[in-house]
Design a protein around this ligand. Structure first.
Ligand code: F6P
Length: 322
């Protein structure tokens, strides 16, 4: 049965490109004759009835903007059976027949629960971490990587001028993709990721001293947030090598900024497909990238998938960043 009225929300950490996805959901939904509402601050908006009616112009001038015009939140209240029930009841009261949820794995679990409570949901992967097992790509990843690369390039200028070593923490609590790709792009001597345990002597010091012997004088070590400890690492490196070392945590600067072309396009594609799928009566699906194509999968199936770290790319980094 075709739906008459749908909602869209963004949940969890914001990511550049979420606005492109919201815009696509709104305009595609309207093109199918549906009413579309925007829910503010993630699932909290469903609990509090905090929604706004959307029209074609409500999403004008947002495709180039970072963050999310719908705001976002992590909602402890929604993460309870009572919370899910209340959200579903509120959807029925507000005449919302289905919801597009843009966020990470936690947001997808919420979408699954809300579907089980009778409100069909479709998920879209939006997080800078690229940590969703079912999708090769998550909206925001490309922008975050490009920001991290730009920041590390700036650090490189000053590290090079002083013959120093720079230890840089990039985001990614459970996933080293941001660290790996950034590390390759900036020619990091070592890349530390949560997926692969490291040995201080072998993976950092030996690599630095080897490259030093071949003439290298400044060094970049990229560390994923999930590995952490950059201040101590910098001190230990300085002590072991005698090379002046500074630690930098890039932090939330990686989450902001105007989305890249890739995030605008993938966000637009995923948003449009999600709204169409809801209209056609699909539910409990996630829109993901697999084999470079945008496809849909069952949410529960998607949530049970295990992430595979790109060890081949990691090995390439080890071989060439020397
Ligand atoms: O959205 C993902 C992420 O940026 C992670 O890389 C990071 O660990 C986390 O969110 C930080 O979350 P918060 O919004 O609580 O600071």
């Amino acid at each position: 049965m075709a739906l008459k009225s749908i909602a869209v929300l963004t949940s969890g950490g914001d990511a550049p490109g979420m606005n492109a996805a919201v815009r696509a959901v709104v305009r595609t939904g309207i093109s199918y004759g549906m009413r579309v509402v925007g829910v503010l601050r993630g699932y909290n908006g469903l609990l509090n009835g905090d929604v706004m009616e959307m029209n074609l112009r409500s999403v004008s001038d947002i495709i180039h903007r970072g963050g999310t015009i719908l705001y976002t939140a992590r909602s402890p209240e929604f993460n309870t059976p009572e919370g899910v029930q209340k959200a579903a009841d509120n959807c029925r009261k507000m005449g919302i027949d289905g919801v597009v949820v843009i966020g990470g794995d936690g947001s997808f679990r919420g979408a699954r629960d809300l579907t089980n409570a009778g409100i069909p949901c479709i998920g879209i992967p939006g997080t800078i971490d690229n940590d969703i097992a079912s999708s090769e790509y998550t909206i925001g990843f490309d922008t975050a990587m490009n920001t991290a690369v730009e920041m590390v390039d700036r650090l490189r200028d000053t590290m090079e001028s002083h013959d120093r070593c720079s230890v840089v923490e990039v985001m990614g609590r459970r996933c080293g993709d941001l660290a790996l790709q950034t590390g390759i792009a900036v020619g990091a001597t070592s890349i530390l990721v949560p997926e692969i345990p490291y040995d201080f002597q072998r993976d950092i010091i030996d690599r630095m001293t080897f490259t030093q012997k071949t003439g290298k004088k400044h060094f970049i070590i990229i560390v994923a947030e999930g590995v952490g400890g950059v201040d101590k690492l910098a001190k230990d490196i300085e002590q072991a090598t005698g090379i002046e070392t500074r630690a930098t945590v890039l932090g939330h600067v990686q989450r902001g900024g105007s989305p890249t072309l890739r995030d605008r396009v993938v966000g637009s594609q995923m948003g449009a497909i999600a709204a169409k799928k809801l209209y056609e009566g699909y539910s409990n699906r996630v829109i993901v990238m697999r084999g470079g194509r945008i496809v849909d999968l069952d949410i529960t199936e998607a949530l049970n998938m295990k992430r595979v770290f790109d060890k081949e790319l990691y090995d390439i980094a080890l071989r060439i960043s020397i």
